[in-house]
Design a protein around this ligand. Structure first.
Ligand code: GLS
Length: 825
């Protein structure tokens, strides 16, 4: 029996006829073409322009309401926003998707064709950047005053091509032909100083005054992307800064004889926002990256202060009541000394007062424990680019060291450990320490991760500042990651439990009682099959590989990194292949292994793993002895819009990182929400997913964090596994031959080397057998169609916790203390 459908879909603000008229008007008046001449690109732009009318009206009303109510707002500072495409999302959020689709159909245009015209806004690398995009969606949906601040990169994350199996990076030009969503705001341009020197002066009463004489000044030009909440009431803004040369000529530096220096150190202004660093979880070590970080933080802080002053003049006493800034990882940590500089040097507040404000404004999210990802900058680099900031960092540290001394008197080892400055051959500034000291709240991104932040990354900070370290488990927006990307499943859910789940994802619980209902199981699995057909078509188009839609679709999509262990999946595929070659009757349900992953261009082994997956795929896909039991498809250029096609089609979700390494993961949540069953380690948010769905509806395998640590402490030797397990040995030895790379023996050997000679840092071999056994259990479970359908339904039903609305609610309660603001029409 169907639940009574509650009708809470956004009601369309305009009807089909009006929408059609708006599209035609824009085709004529904005694009200067007409219905006969327009190609899909023009139709796409005209449709965007038509909906943008509603978007901008919503934006105007929102900004007016926020201003009139003098709202406290959160400012989400992030070097990455992985927005993907916006048309379908904006249409969905205004409840206009069906209206637009119908209007376009009457004009002879298929909406699915024009949606494909939109380039992804790929201004981010992976999970951290996509999380930022989900969060600003939730903030707008929950009517919370919020601004996202970031960088208007000219080139987003590179476009990946695969040539003869290898990754080739091509530039991504997401706004070559203009971006219909963004609005340039020259009236809010900011100027940012770099380089130069600091002059010490003495003011009245002997007060020491510092004056920074910059060697170079660049302009920050803001571009606003409206962020439409579900039901279209609040439209917040993502403000992205683009760098340009400033008209300003620095006479100060010139007169002080610094002209030559200033010229030498002058970065060409436009390069600052030119490229996104295609590097996740490793430090680029580039001066330009620090400049990028400072550039967007400085512009954003000045923007916030301008807005604050408009309402409160020079009265700083309410600043921390009105402004909270969330630092998305340490990338924006330079904001802390920048705000201090503005307060102390410009506003002339005393240090203590300024620090009091600062430490009520900032909160910091830690997204990783990987040591190479914890940013550190050479002190001399900061001194060169931001001389005044280094002085301020030293002063913050000096005062902090006094606090440490009070807590642990005379303990110099403790001081060295906690200091912002790491002494050594080269003095380094630890941005993580600066962030913890300068923030009032610090959070990890999943329960287990936050526990490890407390117990192993920052235990002394936890002791020094009880209560400052907390957890906010990540989440994903169900509007994009179910409603928009999986319309067939969404409609089925609407029919079963009503239509208000996109706003209140716990409602999905209502599906659990139908999990063993045969009719519902059939309906659910029919949708899955249709989605698999769509993905099979994509695989055919993109790779010319035929896949069987009745096979298990086993999906691993994420950045390529050793800790994520795509090579563990690869070894298992090779093992299965070998079993089939040895025994043509090897009993397994056909399986399609689908991968999507980009490797950072400088990360050789990650690129080697992509190459190996493709080479093994070539061989297996074309070997008649395999009899279609295995297919391997590596879909190139993994990105948000491709994820939207892959996720609805997945039966199995691969979440197989070494325990303790994946802070949270968010792909794991998206896949489970769409009815994929997870095979995974007890890592990151997998732990919480397992708690929600129950042990019977997930395949957990492998070492736990404690076991990983114990094995490491006792001296992990991958050779033990190589010699003890003949299948591991055979598969690794295979990599050394030319079996997969005819005529080129050794082309895949770097993987074997990393797993043996290099000590297998991510314990792939230690987990291999457990993984392989878990995959056999998956195979068996899938053959029981009803049991599998029940598992898949339970996965969807139990994902309520992982809506980003819940994450935002946690932030609001634990950190931001914000109130929603109703938008007056
Ligand atoms: C990351 C983590 O690696 C992910 O586990 C996490 O889900 C994501 C968002 O919190 O942040 N950290 C990082 O530097 N990139 C990520 O994707």
């Amino acid at each position: 029996m169907n639940a009574k459908a509650t009708k809470t879909q956004p009601s369309p603000v305009i009807d089909k006829a009006a929408f059609k008229a708006a599209v035609i008007k824009h085709l004529h008046c904005t694009l200067g073409t007409d219905e006969n001449k327009a190609n899909n690109h023009a139709w796409w732009k005209a449709t965007c322009a038509a909906i943008q009318e509603q978007v901008l009206e919503g934006l105007r009303k929102t900004q007016k309401s926020h201003y009139l109510n003098d709202t406290r707002a959160v400012h989400y500072f992030s070097a990455e926003f992985l927005m993907g495409r916006l048309l379908s999302n904006n249409l969905q959020n205004f409840g206009l998707f069906d209206v637009a689709s119908g209007a376009l159909k009457e004009l002879g245009v298929e909406i699915s064709d024009i949606l494909e015209e939109e380039p992804d806004m790929a201004l981010g690398n992976g999970g951290l950047g996509r999380l930022a995009a989900c969060f600003i969606d939730s903030l707008a949906t929950m009517e919370l005053p919020a601004i996202g601040y970031g960088i208007h990169y000219e080139h987003g994350l590179f476009r990946q091509e695969i040539k003869s199996g290898a990754q080739i990076e091509r530039p991504d030009s997401w706004r070559d032909y203009g971006n219909p969503w963004e609005i340039c705001r020259p009236e809010s341009i900011q100027e940012v100083s770099l380089y130069g020197y600091v002059e010490t002066k003495y003011g009245d009463n002997g007060r020491v005054l510092k004056e920074w004489h910059p060697g170079s000044i660049v302009k920050g030009v803001p571009w606003d992307i409206p962020v439409v909440g579900y039901e279209g009431k609040t439209v917040n803004v993502l403000r992205l800064w683009q760098s340009e040369a400033s008209d300003y000529f620095n006479w100060d530096v010139f007169n002080a004889g610094g002209y030559v220096d200033a010229q030498r150190e002058n970065v060409s202004a436009e390069t600052i926002s030119k490229v996104l660093y295609p590097n996740d979880e490793t430090e680029a070590g580039k001066e330009l990256r620090l400049i990028q970080q400072y550039f967007f933080c400085s512009c954003s802080l000045k923007d916030i202060i301008r807005r604050y002053k408009r309402a409160h003049g020079d009265d700083w006493s309410r600043f921390a009541d009105q402004v909270v800034i969330q630092l998305n990882d340490t990338h924006p940590a330079i904001s802390i000394p920048e705000l201090m500089r503005i307060l102390v040097d410009r506003a002339e507040l005393g240090w203590d007062e300024a620090w009091g404000i600062c430490t009520k404004v900032f909160a910091y999210t830690n997204h990783t424990l990987l040591p190479e990802a914890l940013e550190k900058w050479p002190a001399r680099m900061i001194e060169k680019i931001l001389p005044r900031h280094l002085e301020i960092i030293y002063e913050i540290n000096h005062r902090f060291m006094a606090e440490v001394d009070k807590k642990w008197p005379g303990d110099n080892a403790m001081k060295a450990k906690l200091s912002i400055i790491e002494e050594g051959n080269e003095k380094m500034v630890r941005m993580g320490h600066l962030s913890v000291i300068g923030s009032f709240a610090v959070n990890g991104v999943a329960e287990m991760h936050s526990r490890l932040v407390k117990s192993s990354l920052f235990p002394e900070f936890d002791e020094l500042y009880p209560g400052k370290l907390t957890n906010v488990t990540n989440g994903i927006t169900p509007r994009r990651w179910l409603k928009a990307c999986n319309p067939a499943l969404s409609k089925l859910i609407d029919k079963k439990i009503g239509e208000d789940w996109p706003r209140d994802l716990d409602k999905l619980q209502g599906l659990a009682k139908f999990a063993s209902n045969k009719t519902f199981q059939k309906q659910f699995m029919k949708v899955k099959l249709e989605n698999k057909e769509l993905l099979a078509e994509e695989i055919r188009k993109s790779l010319d590989i035929e896949v069987d839609v009745n096979a298990i679709f086993d999906v691993q999509i994420k950045r390529l990194h050793e800790y994520k262990r795509q090579h563990l999946a690869l070894l298992n595929i090779m093992a299965l292949y070998r079993r089939i070659l040895e025994n043509p009757d090897y009993d397994m349900h056909p399986r399609v292994f689908v991968f999507g992953a980009k490797a950072a261009p400088g990360y050789k082994l990650a690129k080697d793993i992509i190459f190996a997956i493709n080479k093994v795929a070539d061989k297996i896909n074309n070997d008649p002895r395999v009899n279609n039991k295995i297919k391997v498809a590596f879909l190139p250029n993994y990105r948000v819009s491709l994820a939207e096609k892959m996720i609805p089609a997945a039966d199995v979700s691969e979440q197989i990182s070494t325990a303790g390494k994946e802070a949270s993961g968010t792909g794991n949540m998206k896949l489970a929400l769409n009815g994929a069953v997870t095979i995974g380690t007890l890592d990151g948010a997998n732990v919480e997913i397992a708690e929600e769905v129950g042990d019977d509806n997930i395949f957990i395998f492998g070492l736990t964090v404690e076991e990983v640590n114990e094995l490491k402490a006792n001296g992990y030797n991958p050779h033990d596994y190589y010699y003890k397990d003949p299948e591991i040995k055979a598969v690794l030895d295979w990599l050394e031959t030319d079996y997969f790379t005819p005529g080129k023996p050794g082309a895949l050997v770097s993987i074997k080397q990393s797993l043996l000679d290099n000590g297998d840092p991510y314990m792939v071999l230690a987990d291999f057998r457990a993984y392989s056994d878990a995959q056999i259990a998956v195979d068996a479970a899938y053959r029981d169609k009803e049991r599998w359908a029940e598992m898949a339904i339970i996965n969807t039903a139990k994902m309520g916790k992982f809506t980003s609305d819940r994450s935002i609610r946690d932030y609001v309660e634990r950190v931001w203390k914000l109130s929603p603001c109703k938008i007056e029409s």
